[in-house]
Each structure stands twice: as C-alpha cells, then as structure tokens.
Design a protein around this ligand. Structure first.
Ligand code: NCD
Length: 372
C-alpha cells in the first residue's frame, strides 16, 4: 500500500515543505484558471462533527475551484454517527468512497484517530481545544505575504489561549523559525497550556512573556493575533461571563500600535475587535480568511499529488520520533479521544529527553511511580 500522508499537527510538514506549499498558493492566486481542472474526478469528503463556516466552506470552495467534487456532513446527527458509529468505522467506509478527507471533531485527537485507520489522506480541521493546523497554514501564509518573512517577529497572541486551538497551532508552528518572540496576552484563567509552553521551550529559539492586557504589549508588536473567548469549551458558564470581555481591541488602543503592525484573527469574531477597527489598513483578518481558500487549494493538490508541473517533490508525513504502544498506561487528559472511542489503543511518543506525549492529544504522560 502506498504511504498515505495526513495533516494532523501543525508541524507535520517541514518548513521547506511549507515554503513549497505557500509558493504553490501564490501561483494559484496569480493564475487560478490554470488549476481549474487539477483535481477533476477527485472527491473530498468533509466530516464535520462540530460547527464551522469558514473552514468547511473554504475547503469545499477550494475543491470546487480545482474541478473536484465534494460530499460529507456538517451535522453528525444526520449521519450514522448518530447511531453510535465509531471514528475508525466511519473513516474505513469513506476511504472507499472519497480520495481525501477533512475532519473537524469536538474531542482532542479525533482526526489523529481517523488517520490511523484511513486509506486516504486525513486533514485535521480542528480537534476540540487542541490544534487547527490548516488555520495555521492560512495564518503563516498571510504573515509571509504581509511581513515578508516568518522569522524574527514579535507576535502578540491574545484572547482565550487556554482553549483556542488556533493559538496553540500558531505558537507551535512559528517556534520553528528563528528569533520569534511571543507576547501571550490573556487573563490568568485563560493562559496558554503548559504543554504548548514546553514546546516553545524545546524549540530552543522562541521566547515568550505572559501579560494581561493589550496595552502592555501593543507598542512592540509586528503582529497582533486576536481570538475570541471559546464559550463552548467552558464547563462553568459563570466562568465564561467573568472573562469574556477581558481583552478587547479598540480604535483607541490601535493608536499605540506600530504603523506596520498587522492585526489577524481566525474568525468568527464576537466582541474582541471593535467593528471600527475594520477600517484600519492594519486590519488583515478578512484578507486572511480569503487566503485560506487558496492555501487549502494548494494543500489539497499537494496531498493528492496533483500539483501538475509546479512541484515535483513530495510532502512526506514527518513522523514524530518514536511511537510506543503502551497498553498499561492511559492518557490522563480527560478530553482525549482515547476516553471516548473504546477501540483505540494508547499510543505515546517518546521525545529525546524521555518525556512521553499522548500521540492523539499531545498531553504529557506523568511518570508512573518508581520511574525516574
Ligand atoms: C476557529 C476554530 O474553529 O477554532 N475558527 C476557524 O476555523 N476559523 C476559531 C474559533 O472558532 O474561534
């Protein structure tokens, strides 16, 4: 069987491979007609177990613009999932119908689980509060287009850093480029999870500081990445009410920002960017959303090996260092897919320093008693 390549984690592609992907997206924007039948006869299946507007529509529009077809569901209640079908069974079935799958799932590690049973490429379109790698492709592409580089940048990431999967993926992806500095802006309750901060430490080049207000950071930023507070991920609605208005970008605050700073947002916005900021030429979020479709066109062509004469190389799935199937240990993250899907075996990745991470959700496995 041919090796199937997936996009599950934001770091699954090397930086060189990302460069190729972004150049392909540039070509598509310059000459979209040339790519109009590149995926003719191919079928994209969209498996959306959680709501989406931009991500699903931009994938569907991308496939249509490449001349391919789409099928799928945007509401799991309208599919066999409602009858209790497991992820492994669903993906096994659609592997026979379609050529590539995009999956959004409310539980961390859902798309990873699918990829282990799939005969076609699986793209993670967001898994719970964990990762959202294709949003990151869009973000990186927009930063590269607007700032001319992906290194030596000061990036303010603001909002719900605890639950915001786009912020996790962006932080991880940018830490592979040299000299990037993060200012993580959030109330204390919504700080970036420790497993992401540990990834930044491991990168050896990224530095970060944590602050509570936009005002403390805005004067020094190249990029301000705003996000909404993720109401649906709070178990206590009162907690949401307490923090929901903590960081709001206003025209007044923009006065202190550098003239060449850019404002990004994965969207949807709730109230965290005042609508008047949209008129500011530094507000790039609508352009960013449009870029998402072109980047996804490039991604679909690449994973389907339909890049034509543009790109002769192959993106290979960069496997993490070592997988050990440890059946005696279980992932301690209660939001991990292994607690929801009985058929899944536990899988852990061992890093060079001995740390073990759950291969589905990235949670660090605590050392068991007696282990050093
Ligand atoms: C994001 C997501 O789904 O995580 N939306 C998107 O895909 N553009 C951000 C969000 O929902 O806040």
């Amino acid at each position: 069987m041919l090796e199937v390549r997936h996009l599950i984690e934001p770091t699954d592609f090397s930086t060189q491979e990302l460069d190729d992907l972004f150049s392909l997206a540039d070509h598509v924007i310059q000459d979209p007609k040339r790519y109009g039948s590149q995926c003719k006869g191919k079928i994209l299946v969209t498996l959306f177990y959680e709501p989406s507007t931009r991500t699903r529509f931009s994938f569907e529009a991308a496939m249509m613009r490449l001349g391919g077809n789409i099928l799928g569901f945007s509401d799991p209640d309208s599919s066999s999932v409602a009858k209790g079908e497991s992820i492994p069974d669903t993906i096994r079935i659609v592997s026979g119908y379609a050529d590539i799958a995009v999956m959004r799932h409310p539980i961390e590690g859902g798309p990873k689980a699918a990829s282990l049973y799939s005969r076609i490429p699986v793209i993670n379109a967001g898994d719970g509060g964990h990762q959202h790698p294709t949003q990151t492709l869009t973000d990186l592409y927009t930063i590269r287009a607007k700032k001319g580089r992906l290194d030596h940048l000061t990036i303010g990431i603001c909002g719900d850093l605890k639950h915001g999967r786009t912020t996790h993926s962006l932080a991880m992806a940018m830490s592979r480029y040299p000299g990037n500095r993060y200012v993580l802006i959030s109330p204390e309750e919504l700080r970036m999870p420790s497993y992401i901060l540990e990834e930044l430490d491991r990168s050896g080049s990224a530095t970060y500081r944590q602050v509570k207000t936009i005002e403390e950071a805005i004067g020094q930023l190249d990029i301000l990445y705003m996000t909404r507070v993720q109401r649906e991920r709070f178990s206590d609605p009162k907690e949401y009410e307490r923090v929901k208005d903590a960081c709001i970008l206003t025209v007044e605050k923009m006065k202190a920002a550098p003239s060449d700073m850019i404002v990004l947002h994965p969207l949807p916005r709730v109230n965290e960017i005042e609508p008047e900021v949209d008129q500011d030429p530094r507000a790039c979020y609508f352009q960013q959303a449009e870029n998402g479709m072109y980047v996804r066109m490039a991604l679909l062509m690449t994973l389907l090996d339909e890049t034509g004469d543009f790109y002769k190389g192959k993106i290979v799935h960069v496997n993490r260092p070592m997988i050990s199937v440890v059946e005696t240990e279980i992932c301690q993250n209660p939001k991990c897919i292994t607690h929801y899907e009985a058929a899944l075996r536990q899988r852990f990745v061992t890093l060079s320093n001995g740390t073990r991470l759950c291969d589905y959700c990235g949670a660090v496995l605590e050392k068991s008693k007696g282990e050093k």
